[in-house]
Write a protein that binds this ligand. Structure first.
Ligand SMILES: Cc1cc2nc3c(=O)[nH]c(=O)nc-3n(C[C@H](O)[C@H](O)[C@H](O)COP(=O)(O)O)c2cc1C
Length: 331
């Protein structure tokens, strides 16, 4: 059995140094450059991007190129996650992602959403291992970067074919790390992850295995790390409105943030979103972020929902400052 180092110990993925074993998971519609930068600022060793369509890159979709492939200079190492099921398109998309500054290319072979699966991508690739291997090999050839894969245990409860696919991806396509979310695609994000499957995979491949699923708090992440025998943990929903989870897991702090600290973090997110998307789009984009932070300052769901209806980011800022008693910055 592998001996398990502390989460604070560095490791490498295909030669890319990662400062610790606490990673931000790919999160569609969320994991843009500033959410990744925020995770890194709070101590995450590596942040993976939201999934990006290889086809959208192929067609040079304007927003995909300008927004989803945007990488902040201070967030490296960065993994850009791509999805798609056409090796030729993936080869090109991976090359473009690498040229945009991605240190690692991550491939999505776990997305359970119908819209993605019906194109043959995401978790659907688990049912076509030959194609999955070809897609991974193409991403490596196109990018010249280490390629990682994130996948599920299988398609339906009890199906373990994701584990067999992971072994093939490493042996035949040279995949440099595997993140396993040991729930089937059919249950999406519900039910208990089967950490024993992660342990089994870790015993079968030489490259790092990363555990995802059910890591909603620092305590649960530590337990999953122990139970799975993985090389690293990947935090997803546990980071929503709580980037301090990275600081807790990497031993940077033990005290929970107070209201003022949470408010200033939210103000940082608002500023970054406005810079990224402009005021109008940021106003809409941020609606999902508000309840995550405001609930931690003690607002009820209803009070947080009222925030989502506020017009104009300056008014949102004013209310956030007032809420936590943060001094208004000089005009
Ligand atoms: C809103 C949301 C978006 C997600 N987007 C992606 C994605 O783009 N790519 C991916 O591989 N997994 C995605 N996932 C799955 C997460 O990375 C993670 O595997 C899953 O949430 C289980 O971890 P948790 O139980 O700790 O939240 C997403 C999950 C959520 C909740």
């Amino acid at each position: 059995m592998r001996s398990q180092p502390p989460l604070t110990e560095p490791f490498a993925i295909g030669g890319v140094e990662v400062a610790n074993r606490v990673l931000l998971a790919p999160l569609a519609g969320i994991g843009n450059w500033f959410v990744r930068l925020q995770a890194r600022r709070h101590g995450a060793g590596l942040a993976v991007s939201e999934m990006v369509s290889s086809h959208a890159i192929h067609y040079r979709n304007e927003r995909t190129m300008a927004e989803l492939l945007r990488i902040h200079p201070d967030e490296h190492p960065t993994a850009i996650q791509l999805f798609g099921a056409d090796p030729g398109v993936m080869r090109e998309a991976a090359a473009v992602a690498a040229a945009s500054g991605a240190d690692l290319i991550d491939l999505n072979m776990g997305c359970p959403v119908k819209k993605v699966r019906k194109t043959g991508a995401g978790a659907e690739l688990i049912s076509d291992p030959d194609l999955a291997v070809a897609v991974a090999a193409a991403a490596a050839a196109g990018s010249g970067r280490p390629v990682t894969v994130k996948l599920r245990s299988g398609l339906r409860p009890g199906d373990r074919s994701g584990v067999g696919l992971a072994v093939r991806l490493v042996e035949e396509a040279g995949v440099a790390a595997v993140a396993l979310h040991p729930r089937s695609a059919a249950v999406q994000h519900k039910g208990s992850p089967d950490y024993a499957l992660v342990r089994e995979l870790a015993g079968r491949i030489e490259v790092p295995v990363i555990v995802s699923g059910g890591l909603g708090s620092a305590e649960r992440a530590r337990r999953a790390y122990r139970e799975s025998g993985a090389d690293a943990v990947m935090i997803a929903r546990g980071s929503f409105g709580y980037p301090w989870i990275f600081a807790e897991l990497t031993g940077r702090r033990t005290a929970a943030p107070d209201g003022a600290e949470i408010a200033s973090e939210l103000l940082w997110v608002i500023d970054a979103a406005e810079e990224h998307l402009g005021g109008d789009r940021a106003g809409r984009y941020l609606r999902k972020f508000y309840p995550w932070y405001l609930a931690r300052i003690g607002l009820t769901q209803r009070e947080a929902a009222e925030f989502q209806a506020i017009a104009g980011l300056d008014e949102v800022r004013r209310r956030v400052r007032a809420l936590a008693g943060v001094a208004l910055s000089p005009a």
